[in-house]
Design a binder for this molecule. Structure first.
Ligand code: ZN
Length: 320
């Protein structure tokens, strides 16, 4: 079988892997037809984009504003509520790839062509077609097929741009070489203990949550630091936190899985009664019941033989 190496060092073989002939039959099939963008082109989304990108071009402001051309995909994205109007071809192609063992997916690149400027008020519609499926290729991630989808975008019915999006559906390299059993015995990452924070961890070992207090200006600080952010003072003592607090902010981790962690789990930014904040797990409550403002109380989690960690347990009606 002839092997060719392209510029990215991707080795690929022109041979078939059993499903390639069938995969090829998807080329040219519609993935979505005449779908309308969830919002027309609009000023607020343009402003947020420009702020996020740090793009202050005057072309994107004022009464004659156009949308940044690279926002093309923003007007067609499905968002958290998902895409509408997808044809069965898309799902059938993915099912075929999954069934052949190419169960992982990674987005690799996109290309855009701009045919007409987009302006606030333009109503966006698009068609999407499965443009190509590559022969079997081997990359550092694994072996699989690149799938290129082309989206033809229209504004008020006029051709406005083309967005090509490429993914690799692949079987991960080194599969079956056993990371799974290791994961079960994995331990949580160790904290980095140094002379600036050793006192904190000594406190944890005695089930006390210690917060630094500047002896110059009495401002509390957490996490532990060598100096005071308020006055620059280097002298400090500690106060023991009462352990009462509330959830100031939080995320629930579903993915990706990390060894020694069992998703879903909640990571909270806890505001202690003393006013400082600490990042920790929120426990004792289902993840979907964690809320900003939820009262919590300090607890200690024995993570493994060598590691104990402060965590925060939800308090119900004032009773832990
Ligand atoms: Zn100070």
């Amino acid at each position: 079988m002839a092997e060719v190496r392209d510029g990215d060092g991707v080795a690929w073989a022109a041979g078939a892997d059993g499903v390639y002939e069938e995969l090829k039959t998807f080329e040219g099939r519609s993935a979505a037809t005449a779908v309308e963008g969830k919002d027309p082109v609009n000023g607020p989304m343009i402003r947020h984009w420009c702020e996020a990108m740090g793009d202050s071009s005057p072309a994107y402001r004022g009464p004659d504003a156009i949308a940044p051309p690279t926002m093309l995909q923003a007007w067609t994205m499905g968002g958290l509520s998902g895409y509408e109007g997808r044809s069965p071809a898309h799902d059938e192609l993915f099912a075929l790839l999954d069934g052949a063992g190419f169960t992982s997916v990674v987005a690799t690149d996109c290309e855009q062509e701009y045919l007409r400027p987009l302006r606030p008020g333009d109503v966006i519609t698009y068609d999407s077609v499965i443009e190509s499926v590559s022969p079997l290729k081997t990359t550092k991630l694994g072996t699989g097929h690149f799938v290129t989808t082309r989206m033809d975008v229209r504004a008020n019915g006029e051709r406005a741009g083309i967005h090509r999006f490429r993914i690799l559906k692949y079987a991960p390299a080194g599969r079956g070489s056993a990371p799974a059993p290791r994961a079960r015995t994995a331990t949580r990452p160790r904290p980095v203990v140094n002379r600036d924070n050793a006192g904190f961890w000594e406190g944890v070992a005695r089930h006390r949550l210690l917060v630094q207090r500047c002896t110059g200006c009495a401002v509390l600080r957490f996490p532990w630091l060598p100096g005071c952010n308020a006055c620059g003072g280097q002298e400090w003592d500690t106060v023991e936190a009462s352990g009462e607090g509330t959830v100031f902010s939080y995320v629930v981790i579903h993915h990706p899985p990390f060894p020694a962690f069992d998703p879903p789990y909640a990571v909270g930014l806890i505001e202690l009664a003393e006013g400082v904040r600490i990042v920790s797990n929120v426990i004792g409550v289902p993840c979907d019941k964690v809320r900003i403002g939820l009262p919590v109380r300090l607890d200690f989690l024995r993570a493994d033989e060598d590691l104990e960690l402060p965590v925060f347990r939800a308090v119900e009606d004032g009773v832990a």
